[in-house]
Design a protein around this ligand. Sequence first.
Ligand SMILES: [Zn+2]
Ligand SMILES: [Zn+2]
Length: 297
Amino acid sequence: MRIVMLGTAAAAPDPDRNHSAILITVRDRHYMFDCGHGATHQLIRSNVNPGHVDTVFLSHLHYDHVADFAFFVLTSWITNRENAPVVVGPPGTRGFVEHQFADGAFAKDIEARAAYKNRQGNMHVLKPDVRECEPGVVFEDDLVRVSACYVEHIPQEISPCFGLRLESVDGKSVVFSGDTAPCERLVELAQECDLLIHECTFPEKALEFRRKANVGTWAHTSPVELGKIATASRCKSLVATHFGSFDTTYPVLRDMMSVHMPRELIGPAFMEDVVADIRRNYSGELRLAHDGMRIDL
Ligand SMILES: [Zn+2]
Ligand SMILES: [Zn+2]
């Protein structure tokens, strides 16, 4: 199994990190988890034809996890994608997908391109096979089984959010937290997995700042909490991801992020705090995600 971290940022526009997306390849079959901005370009960079990715799992519908989806489908349509992608996600996924194509946001683009005869042969790929799911087993084929649980991120009545676990026919398991505050259900889902890919959006000092500034703190997991979660899950290896641009060096982005944390702390050294805080409760294998990072299991 090969895992490629296509995008590792939280919601800010960070030129050094694309938005959330993970490619998992089992034997020769590709599965994509989230489709945040930049995901399609990152597939190209990873030497994978977007048209060969037939299954997409969406953890939730925040734009930093789904904004590349139309681009992913449309570019693979015009480069002769053969199969309509399967899209697995929590309730709300159908509305998100269906408002993009036929009568949706890109209707005129599609009408214009479909005027060419050679675009008409695979119009069916513009109707993704959407599977809105409840927690439990959400997808199964001959190579993988994927299960989901609800995590603690957006209030359930607005938009439920998934954590996801993929188990391969080769006996390997990967768990992706999506976005979440510390969540007991996720710890259960992640029990003894080979790889836990977990969000780690803000350092402790940013969370303190957000608490004082009343920006809201409940929706993400802090590094100290992440260490506890990794230990409790008994995962064999941890990847921290979904970083809130606290390590950026771009002056404009540092200004933008100063609503979330003290500006003077923002920069690459801030990552050292994150590692030290995860390490307070977790001594196992740890990686800090960056775009293009590849892990072979
Ligand atoms: Zn996010
Ligand atoms: Zn989110």
